[in-house]
Design a protein around this ligand. Sequence first.
Ligand code: M6R
Length: 369
Amino acid sequence: EKGGFASFMDKEIHDQPQAVGDTLLARTDERGQIVLDDLRIDESVLRSVDKIIVVACGTAAYAGHVAKYAIEHWCRIPVEVELAHEFRYRDPIIDAQTLVVAISQSGETMDTLMAVRHAREQGAKVIAIVNTHGSTIPRESDAVLYTHAGPEVAVASTKAFLSQITAAYILGLYLAQLRGNKYPDEVAEVFDELRLMPARIQEILDGAEHVREVARSMSEASSVLFLGRHVGFPVALEGALKLKELAYIHAEGFAAGELKHGPIALIDEGQPVIVIVPSPRGRDSLHSKVVSNIQEIRARGARTIVVAEAGDDDVLPYADEVFWVPQSPVLLAPLLTTVPLQIFACELATSKGLDVDQPRNLAKSVTVE
Ligand code: M6R
């Protein structure tokens, strides 16, 4: 069943072009308009939504963070992302104009399910982005957008994460189209870019030997920091979570802009820092700010491992290692920049002789509070 791979996780990382491709299937009509037949919420209700709250846990919550950047930009609706267990106990402000988006691979995470129930009790509509058909969360939600990642066996989430991000983009484009924030041809344009992502992910998988070499060279590391900005921030959080879960190495993800507000104190000689660099074709100030962050930490002795877009030579003077990813639109980049970090964690843990499919103390789905 592992299809010749050493672990389910390795297989599932390699399933990602297909998982993303399948999640995109049959979502548009002949004019390129997004059609979500299974969205059982009245269009008039979706037009009147004035706030979106994403509820989820762990990796699924990081998919929600990516969704926030895309949906706010495309739809001009404020999006909050809440860990489901915090949401429930916070007395959140929700009403019939609030759309709650619950993201879950298993569809059984107890905290997320409880958040869904709480939201519906307050009159909000709930859309579930879920991978497992017939699970509880979609049954208890008003609508469901299934990710088509196929069964995810490894405890650490990989292909479900990229599929969740993909589904969130689809939802964002749908809402933008419905509410008139975007013209049909603009939606079709972004969708065409999304369709190119599976091949770009495949390119990363095919060229991942350098990522593996670097990972093997770091099996003695006791702490790894991850920095990202904009959509690279949730990617940094996810990269750190993967490393904690699989390799039992202390890892922290930071927003790169926070560096001077504290984390830079952690940098000393040899401290590995993985930096996710925004595309130089995006907002120029963002790119140059992150490049100067790399320069600053390198000057203090950090070993800098940089995830950058092909052709971004600006990073070269300050990077000890570079993991290249293909060019893509800025908001879609997490579908690419996440992949080397998954491979990195998987390979590093494997080189330490650890079981990447069944990390200690973890369960695939957390059905207790
Ligand atoms: O099944 P869910 O997506 O609701 O699970 C949420 C988290 O428990 C899950 O993403 C967890 O963080 C994974 N171990 C991450 O690799």
